[in-house]
Design a protein around this ligand. Structure first.
Ligand code: ATP
Length: 222
């Protein structure tokens, strides 16, 4: 398989963590930052690390940025630099541009100038952590849209020993159990007669209201 090529612009904690993980996954990564010290820090981790000001179109062109299938803009506080960089990447014809947004206004501008994917790591992580703090049964939470989510729920006494058909979560709650994690293994197509064990992690997709009803009625109180 041909290795995918990624460029990551901005080597703060967010961009840096993307670089490390992409490299760990065996991807080719070009890491770019205006700050020499940050570039030095990543030179032994990624395929290439270069110092460049990405608001300079010539600098981006000379790096051959248009040949990269995916470019991630992880410039933090400097919204102006983030916007200008995104604009130039779009004009140069980069196909998939992912940008970290600092706030809603930043997101609005980014979506108008051609960012393909806009992420809010701090906000999204905050939401996920809040959900897992509210209920000890919720391990993780992923928002799919304003009304739909995927949650990871830990099965307790109330669910133990019951089969999926007995629970009939789809008919009773309008949600679907997509997979069950048990002792490190994941079953992505659980059968109707699958019995739930205490400690199983159920990966459930549904409307937020239905998911809350399911959490309230089917999971142990404490
Ligand atoms: P975090 O560390 O949580 O990711 P952050 O998103 O605020 O925080 P910063 O520490 O601001 O990240 O890091 C953004 C990086 O982007 C910095 O290393 C900065 O040098 C780099 N950067 C800022 N402007 C440019 C630019 N014009 N060209 C290239 N890199 C830039």
């Amino acid at each position: 398989m041909k290795k995918k090529q990624f460029a990551v612009i901005g080597l703060g904690r967010f961009g840096g963590s993307i670089c490390r993980e992409l490299s760990r996954q065996g991807m080719e990564v070009l890491a770019i930052d205006i700050d020499e010290d940050r570039v030095d820090e990543y030179s032994s981790i990624v395929t290439h690390a270069v110092v460049a000001d990405t608001t300079d179109e010539k600098a981006l062109k000379s790096l051959g940025i248009r040949n990269f299938e995916n470019v991630i803009v992880a410039i933090g506080d400097n919204i102006q630099a983030s916007i200008l960089t995104t604009l130039i990447l779009g004009e140069l014809g980069v196909r998939h541009i992912t940008v970290k947004a600092l706030n809603d206004y930043h997101e609005k501008v980014l979506s108008k100038i051609g960012a393909d994917k806009i992420v809010h790591p701090e906000r999204d992580m905050g939401v996920r952590i809040a959900h897992s703090i509210i209920s000890k049964n919720v391990l993780d939470y992923l928002e799919l849209s304003d009304n739909h989510s995927i949650v990871e729920l830990v099965a307790g006494k109330r669910l133990a020993g019951k089969t999926l058909i007995e629970l009939d979560i789809r008919a009773n709650y309008g949600c679907n159990i997509m997979a069950i994690k048990r002792e490190g293994e994941i079953n992505v197509s659980p059968l109707a007669n699958e019995k739930i064990h205490i400690g199983d992690v159920l990966i459930v997709i549904g409307d937020d209201k239905d998911l809350s009803r399911l959490e309230d009625q089917l999971l142990d109180d404490d």
